[in-house]
Design a protein around this ligand. Structure first.
Ligand code: ZN
Length: 165
C-alpha cells in the first residue's frame, strides 16, 4: 500500500460508499493504520492510498489504539470556526492555517460492523473534518484564505512538476 500524491485525480473525486459485503475491508483498514504510523500521520483516507472508498482512520496521538476507523461516516461539524495549521500526507511540505468549526458529531461503522455515534472537539474534530473532506474529493488547500491560496500556488506547481507522467 502506497501513498497517492497531489495532483492524482483520485484525490479530487467523491469516494464511493463501502458495500456491506465488501471483502478486504480488514486488510484495507489495517494497511491504512500501518501507513499512518509509518508516515507519522494522525489520519489517512482511503483515496490517499488510491482507493475511492468512504473509509478513513484518525488518531490524535498517531497511535491506532487511540483512534477510530470510520466506514461510511456521516460528519456534522458545529461550533465556532477556529484557525489551526494543517498539513496532508498527499501534499508533502505544505502547511497552512485552515478555519474549521471546533466540534463534530460523527456516525460511522467500524470494521467489526458495529454502528457508532460520537462527538469530538479539538484536534480530533479537526482531523475528522480533514479526512472527511478527502472522501468528498476536497483537499485542505481549497479551504485556505485568499492570501494563502496565492502563496500555495507555487508549492502546488512544484508538486505538479514532480508528478509522474
Ligand atoms: Zn489529507
Amino acid at each position: 500500500m502506497d501513498l497517492v500524491f497531489y495532483p492524482d485525480p483520485v484525490l479530487q473525486r467523491r469516494a464511493d460508499p463501502v458495500p456491506d459485503d465488501f471483502e478486504g475491508l480488514f486488510e484495507l483498514a489495517n494497511g491504512m493504520l500501518q501507513l499512518m504510523v509509518k508516515e507519522n500521520g494522525v489520519g489517512l483516507a482511503a483515496p490517499q492510498v488510491g482507493r475511492s472508498l468512504r473509509v478513513f482512520v484518525a488518531s490524535k496521538t498517531g497511535d491506532p489504539k487511540d483512534g477510530i476507523v470510520a466506514i461510511n461516516p456521516k460528519v456534522t461539524p458545529y461550533g465556532s470556526p477556529v484557525p489551526q495549521e494543517e498539513g496532508c500526507l498527499s501534499l508533502p511540505g505544505l502547511r497552512y492555517e485552515v478555519m474549521r468549526p471546533e466540534s463534530v458529531r460523527i456516525a460511522y461503522r467500524s470494521v467489526d460492523g458495529k454502528q457508532h455515534e460520537a462527538e469530538y472537539d479539538g484536534l480530533m474534530a479537526r482531523i475528522i473534518q480533514h479526512e472527511y473532506d478527502h472522501l468528498e474529493g476536497v483537499l485542505f488547500i481549497e479551504r485556505l484564505s485568499e492570501a494563502d491560496r496565492l502563496r500555495a500556488r507555487q508549492d502546488l506547481a512544484a508538486l505538479e512538476e514532480q508528478a509522474p507522467g
